[in-house]
Design a binder for this molecule. Structure first.
Ligand SMILES: Cc1cc2nc3c(=O)[nH]c(=O)nc-3n(C[C@H](O)[C@H](O)[C@H](O)COP(=O)(O)OP(=O)(O)OC[C@H]3O[C@@H](n4cnc5c(N)ncnc54)[C@H](O)[C@@H]3O)c2cc1C
Length: 384
């Protein structure tokens, strides 16, 4: 097999997992990242003042049903048991999320059993809505006005910067509503947190003699000619110098503050009220209950429209963005020597387990293509 010289743009999970697989297959892998650290948006760092391991780009909890991916992350880092139990503050009271039997009983001052709660919520639901078109329709149809106003309306408005009547019903596809006391935020079989953080995990993935990493190195397209193939995990519109315009994102601002002791008693507290400008507060030390820290560091999280110099977090993917995405995907298919991978280059929200799954699949396809003299496609998943 002829050894290929490969470039990964981005040292996040996508670049690291693809790079590792192809280095193990005998190829020479160079990874560049514009940032001064590896691990992309999963990056964590030790806060100098408190000693707490902080999720630099917002809280990340690992959860999956994918056995191979679970084995993969466990091969690179010790995962300790962790259940994400989110709380929310609404109109001066604290409730449990996702909306469950405890939330319903507490909110309505009832002591309902599961069947009674189901029947009760049906009396609250707006059954006149037969074909929900908007996020608001969908919520009113299934939970009714009271729960919608307390738990969905304000949060969604702040998160997406528009009224829920302007968002499609599909955003609220599966209603997070439980008629039991299960307050585990995720349903997946495996859930946990990396003992030393995701950055340590990615460091282990990158630890291979066939891989070199250059940080503080922004990729420009003229570098591509120096390599046999590029795996690009940067923004799709950025590859094309935004010639069709910028794909819309929401960005986040984190306001750091510290506290002597335990500030909120849980890792994530949402704020559902429209009047509170932030969406949630993260108390990072609660993500590592096996560590002990007297002081605490917290992030207040604010969501807003993403400008050209901001970090893109959540792709908006409404009608206009999808049309622009279609244009970029069409152009991308004509590009030679590049495969677009990961959350930014395919303009999708991807959980970490899905990112790793797609990266492994892409890397295997590439291994085969390079061995057999085949051609790697621009996309190994359909971004549309
Ligand atoms: C707020 C938030 C919370 C999340 N929480 C969870 C969670 O709880 N659980 C979960 O499973 N997933 C979560 N995720 C998803 C998770 O962050 C992604 O799955 C993961 O980051 C995707 O990895 P990636 O490598 O595709 O992209 P990224 O991590 O974004 O990595 C891309 C890298 O490419 C670099 N780059 C881009 N352009 C260039 C360029 N031109 N030159 C050089 N480098 C470049 C960037 O600097 C970046 O480091 C969350 C996401 C967000 C936004």
């Amino acid at each position: 097999m002829a050894q290929k010289s490969l470039l990964m743009v981005g040292a996040g999970l996508s670049g690291a997992v693809i790079g590792r697989h192809l280095a193990e297959a005998g190829h020479k892998v160079h990874i560049v990242d514009a940032r001064d650290h590896i691990a992309g948006n999963c990056h964590m760092y030790r806060d100098a003042e408190t000693g707490v391991n902080v999720h630099a780009y917002g809280p990340h909890i690992f959860h999956t049903d994918d056995e191979e991916v679970w084995a993969y992350v466990n091969a690179h880092e010790v995962f300790l048991p962790f259940k994400n139990r989110v709380k929310t503050t609404s109109q001066g009271r604290v409730y449990s999320l996702p909306v469950n039997l405890h939330t319903i009983n507490q909110f309505f001052g009832e002591t309902l059993r599961p069947d009674e709660a189901k029947a009760f919520i049906e009396t609250k639901a707006d059954t006149s809505i037969t074909d929900p078109q908007t996020f608001e329709d969908q919520a009113l149809r299934f939970v009714g006005r009271d729960l919608y106003d307390a738990f969905f309306r304000g949060y969604t408005l702040k998160q997406w910067g528009c009224d829920p009547t302007e968002l499609p019903a599909s955003i609220l596809k599966r209603l997070p509503l439980r008629f039991n006391y299960d307050d585990n935020y995720f349903n997946h079989r495996h859930q946990g947190m990396p003992q030393n953080g995701y950055t340590a995990m990615v460091e282990s993935i990158l630890n291979h003699p066939g891989i070199t990493v250059s940080l503080n190195t922004r990729f420009s397209r003229d570098q591509a000619k120096d390599y046999d193939h590029v795996f690009y995990s940067g923004p799709l519109d950025g590859w094309f110098d935004y010639e069709l315009g910028r794909l819309g994102y929401r960005t986040l601002d984190f306001e750091r503050f510290t506290y002597e002791g335990d500030y909120q008693g849980c890792a994530v507290m949402n704020y559902g009220d429209e009047e509170v400008p932030y969406t949630r507060i993260t108390e990072h030390k609660h993500f590592a209950p096996w560590e002990s820290h007297a002081k605490s560091v917290l992030y207040r999280e604010f969501s807003r429209e993403c400008g050209p110099d901001d970090i893109p977090y959540y792709p908006i993917r409404l009608v206009n963005e999808k049309a622009m995405l279609g244009g970029y995907v069409e152009r991308a298919k004509w590009e030679k020597g590049v495969t677009f991978v990961g959350r930014l280059a395919t303009y999708r929200y991807l959980d970490m387990d899905v990112t790793i799954r797609e990266a492994l699949d892409c890397a295997r396809l590439a291994e085969k293509a390079f061995a057999e003299g085949g051609v790697m496609p621009a996309f190994t998943v359909n971004p549309l």
